[in-house]
Each structure stands twice: as C-alpha cells, then as structure tokens.
Design a protein around this ligand. Structure first.
Ligand code: NAD
Ligand code: UDP
Ligand code: UDP
Length: 336
C-alpha cells in the first residue's frame, strides 16, 4: 500500500498576510460590556479586522450595532465551550459572565466556559500561532489577606463556595495559559481585572455600580449589602481597555493587575451616587451573599512600570458618564 504525501498547503491566514499587513483579531465575549468597548477601540485602527465570537448569554448585538455590516468586522454566534476553527493573529479571550448573579445562575456552565472555553482558545492559538490574552480577575485573590493585592499574592479562595465556579475557574484558566506557554511556547498575556464600570453595563445585572445608578434614577433605595464597610476599587472602562491593549502589544506575559487603586467602602459609594445623581434617594442596608470579599484594591506597580499604564478617570468623573447612558436606556430624562 502506498501513501502519497501532500506538501503542506499555506494556511489562508499566512496567504493573506503575504499580500497585506492587516491584523486579524478575535474577541471572545465581544458583545459584552468590556468586550464591546474593546472592539470600538480596536476598530479605530484601520489595519485591524475584528471577529467577535459570543453566545449572547450576558452580551447583546446592540452593543456592537455600529459595526454590524462593516467590512472589517464579523460577528459569530458561538459558544467557546465548542471548538472554533478560524484564522487569526491575536485573541482577546473575554468570554465569561462577570456578574455574580449571572455566573452563579449556572455554575457548571461557568466552569466549562472558563476551563473548556479557555482550553479551546489556547488550542486555536496554538494551531494558528496567535498571541492570546486572558481577562482574569481580582477574584483570583479571593477574600484577600494581603492589602492592596500585588500579583505575587496567591490568594485566599474558598474552593467549594458559591463563587468558586468563577474564582477557581479563572485560576484554572490562568494555569492553562501558563502550561500552554511553557509546554508549547505560546505567546500569552494575562490581565487581572479589578471592578470595572461604565456605559453598557447590564442595567439589572446586580453589580454594585449599575445597581446604585439604576436605583437612584428609578428613585428606589440604594441597597448597600451588609456590613457596607467592605471595599472595592472601581476602574472606568476606557482606562481598562487602554490597559488591555497595552498588555497585548507589550512584551510581558503578566499576570498584571489592571484596576483603579481608588478604594471606597460600599457605603461611601452609595453616598457618592446619592450626592451626584439623586440627593433625595434613601440608602438601605440589605443582607449580603456568602463569601463576599471584605476588601479589594489593586497594587498597580507592575502595570505602571511594565506598561506605562495607570487609570486617568476618577470615580466622580466616571459615574456621570455612566449615568448619561443609563438615563437614555431607562428612558429617564435629563436632570435639568
Ligand atoms: P459581560 O458579562 O458583559 O461580558 C461577557 C461576554 O461573554 C458576554 O457578551 C457573554 O454573552 C459572553 N459569554 C459568556 N459565556 C460565553 C460562552 N460560553 N461562549 C461565548 N460567549 C460567552 O462581562 P464583562 O464585564 O464585559 O467581562 C468581560 C471579561 O472581563 C470576563 O472574562 C470577566 O471575567 C472579566 N472581568 C470583568 C470584570 C468587571 O468588573 N467587569 C472584572 C474582572 C474580570
Ligand atoms: N481547538 C479549537 N480550535 C483550533 C484548534 C483546537 O477550538 O483551531 C480546540 C480543540 O478542539 C481542543 C482544544 O482546542 O479541544 C485544545 O487543542 P490542542 O490541540 O491543544 O489539544 P488536543 O486537541 O491535542 O487535545
Ligand atoms: N453590593 C452592594 N449592593 C448591591 C450590589 C452589591 O452593596 O446592590 C456590594 C457587594 O456586597 C460587594 C460589592 O458591592 O461587596 C461589589 O459587588 P459586585 O457584585 O459589584 O462585584 P464583586 O463582588 O464581584 O466585586
């Protein structure tokens, strides 16, 4: 029996690269909050072709409507837990619900998205030689015993709690990224994102900034979950997207913290939203959920030194930008 060996045919990507220098970029989860802002920024560069793969669990085509039909843009309904065969140069891997109410809704699916989804994107990156960036999270630090959190801190995570599908899922995703890097020489980038806010957040997704702004506009009490002294540090989405692109384009694998070091208690946040948006609204204490981290603030020394990045938008400047978007979507008229 004889076998004829075919010469390897050039991949469509390599072939098209021979003629033009466009960068083809896949954004998984690109129909979501951060993803759609990232797509906006990537599309500003005329040398970029952007492909979004999203299953629309928490994202929406609406977030991308200005790009649908654009010759350099493509939108695919795709679940990352299934293999994806396309040709790209870079992958921003964001696909994963980020809000606790959504990632707890189907925890097994959240783990599959983080583990199988990341494995598939790494398999894709390996096959086509693409650089891949994972959007990990400050949740890998769990309920941190070190404050603020540097990247060298290994975290304090409950492996069997209701948040574990997300926290532990992202920790395994980071492990997979480094194993593909060490074992197969993949070019990887890992961002550990801290709480981010801005226009296009789902109005009823339960995250604190979107909750407070929607409540203030609907004239409903702002629900501070007990004890109210727990802290978070909030980064405006344009700053975050700038950090993600710098990380992708830079020379460092990370993990690198991306977040705004300005730290607020949830009571302070409620008071700020009340003052800026609706001074007559009430603030109400409500029950908290299990395993809520008590404090969180990024140490961004690495991002400053290695990426020349630090956030520019202060909370007091970012909240009104988000308020404008929420007023439009909720159909609540302007203040004056
Ligand atoms: P989001 O929920 O708005 O966006 C996630 C997107 O992923 C959505 O469009 C959703 O439909 C899509 N998706 C979910 N599961 C999928 C699957 N199996 N296959 C394909 N698509 C899927 O959340 P976001 O705030 O934009 O977060 C984006 C990324 O950033 C996530 O990976 C999240 O873990 C990370 N992150 C966000 C924050 C934050 O404060 N927003 C903080 C830390 C990390
Ligand atoms: N994969 C993918 N797209 C590709 C190449 C691989 O989705 O272009 C998936 C593949 O289905 C597999 C995973 O990525 O489940 C890991 O692929 P890899 O080649 O690293 O491992 P193997 O297939 O050998 O298990
Ligand atoms: N939180 C709150 N009121 C709300 C929603 C959330 O006080 O209506 C608190 C919550 O207990 C947590 C913090 O805000 O301490 C941030 O919660 P979020 O779900 O926004 O993000 P994560 O817990 O993932 O940081």
């Amino acid at each position: 029996q004889t076998t004829t060996k075919q010469p390897p045919s050039p991949s469509p990507l390599r072939f098209s690269k021979f003629f033009q220098s466009n960068m083809r970029i896949l954004v998984t989860g690109g129909a979501g909050f951060i993803g759609s802002h990232l797509v906006d920024r990537l599309m500003e560069n005329e040398k970029n072709e952007v492909i979004v793969a999203d299953n629309y669990f928490t994202g929406s085509k609406d977030n991308l409507k200005k790009w649908i039909g654009h010759p350099r843009f493509e939108l695919i309904r795709h679940d990352v837990t299934e293999p994806l065969l396309i040709e790209v140069d870079q992958i921003y891997h964001l696909a994963c619900p980020a809000s606790p109410i959504f990632y707890k809704y189907n925890p097994v699916k959240t783990i599959k998205t983080n583990v199988i989804g990341t494995l598939n994107m790494l398999g894709l990156a390996k096959r086509v030689g693409a650089r891949i960036l994972l959007t990990s999270t400050s949740e890998v630090y769990g309920d941190p015993l070190v404050h603020p959190q540097p990247e060298s801190y290994w975290g304090n995570v409950n492996p069997i709690g209701v948040r574990s599908c997300y926290d532990e899922g992202k920790r395994v995703a980071e492990t997979l990224m480094f194993d593909y890097h060490r074992q197969h020489g993949l070019e990887i980038r890992i961002a550990r994102i801290f709480n981010t806010y801005g226009p296009r957040m789902n109005i009823d997704d339960g995250r604190v900034v979107s909750n407070f702004i929607a409540q203030a506009l609907r004239k409903e009490p702002l629900t501070v979950q007990c004890p109210g002294t727990q802290t978070r540090s909030f980064c405006y989405v344009s700053d975050l997207v700038d950090g993600l692109i710098r990380l992708m384009e830079g020379q460092h694998t990370g993990p690198i913290n991306l977040g705004n070091p300005g730290e607020f208690t949830m009571t302070e946040l409620a008071e700020t939203v009340k003052e800026l948006i609706n001074p007559s609204v009430e603030i109400k204490m409500v029950e908290n959920t299990p395993d809520d981290p008590r404090q969180r603030k990024p140490d961004i020394t690495k991002a400053k030194e290695l990426l020349g990045w630090e956030p520019k938008v202060k909370l007091r400047d970012g909240l009104p930008l988000m308020e404008e978007d929420f007023r439009l979507r909720l159909g609540v008229g302007k203040k004056n």
